[in-house]
Design a protein around this ligand. Sequence first.
Ligand SMILES: Cc1cc2nc3c(=O)[nH]c(=O)nc-3n(C[C@H](O)[C@H](O)[C@H](O)COP(=O)(O)OP(=O)(O)OC[C@H]3O[C@@H](n4cnc5c(N)ncnc54)[C@H](O)[C@@H]3O)c2cc1C
Length: 338
Amino acid sequence: MSHKAQVIIIGSGIVGCAAAYHLTQFGWKDVLLIDKGELFENDGSTSHAPGGVVPLSHNKLMTQFGVYTADLIASLEHFRSDRNTYNLGGQLEMAISEARWQDLIRLHGSSKAYGCESHLLTPQETQEKLPLLAAEQIVGSLFVPKGMIVKGADVSAALARDAEATGGARFVGHTAMTDIEVKNGQVTAVLTNNPDMPRIACEQVLLCANIWAPALTEKLGVALPLMAFEHQYSITEPLAKLANFDRSDKDQEVTYPTARELDSAMYFRQHWDAYGIGSYWHKPHMVRPRDVKKTAMHPFTPEDFFGEPWDQAQRLMPALRGAEFETQFNGMFAFSVD
Ligand SMILES: Cc1cc2nc3c(=O)[nH]c(=O)nc-3n(C[C@H](O)[C@H](O)[C@H](O)COP(=O)(O)OP(=O)(O)OC[C@H]3O[C@@H](n4cnc5c(N)ncnc54)[C@H](O)[C@@H]3O)c2cc1C
């Protein structure tokens, strides 16, 4: 393999792979992506995130990005035959307060202007889409049909596959960037820990290394305005109410829309006969660049979850009452300073 490239992308998460895909779509012919671990499914956030694609927001540009993303993903050939790269279940934004309901009514108005279909639903109509919901707990909801759940690592891999098929991009795993060589203010090479390609000459470097990025640029004297924060995700044991869902059937993994209850900073995602609960309802756990280690996952902090967030989850979905958990962790991803 040639030890040079026009641009080297660092990181095979969703961001690096989307960048490689789009560069090749724009006609770039010499893109090399490297990752410190396995390609696509690895220690990065993309591999453990539950994969909610939320197309609609109050911001027009973000909505256009969201709709473009949902359409692009839905146009991809599934990456593996044994699991779905994406599931088109739709998205439910639920209001538990009058103020949030007014917010959703405004968002519905914006959605028409932004070209993203949405529907205001009564509590009963919401419950028809999400039978586990206690309808009396909400004022109403906004349903966005384009919302989906993806297997992030498979979307990354599918984008990489299609980028590679153009002949313009190469992907190499187990190759960590250790430094960037700069001469006269110009990037000249990426140095790696791979003995087969310790120095890769290049013209540009695109750093898509998420929480690892600030520590990588620190040695170049570049302070990236990014900080890793933890975010909790919990998956229950199988729930009696969902016993009819068959884990061997990939089409039964996500059949209900993913639901967000924004006043409590929580969301709910089906995993066949179990439920995933994402919660931002905890004190912020900031992780300094030097404290970011091999993986983007930290141990679960139960004190952040058991109490108000878990009580609210059980109020909204009584089928969760008394559930035990199969998996719980604090994932990490990078947030910009704003
Ligand atoms: C619990 C949880 C739930 C989430 N839910 C959602 C959701 O529903 N919807 C949503 O849109 N987002 C969600 N997110 C956020 C989302 O997962 C991240 O924003 C996204 O995955 C970041 O992608 P990335 O490509 O930047 O990073 P990553 O996937 O972390 O990829 C970075 C890559 O860089 C590689 N790398 C690092 N250092 C080096 C090096 N020196 N050399 C070579 N390679 C290197 C890593 O190995 C890794 O593969 C969630 C995050 C968490 C933690």
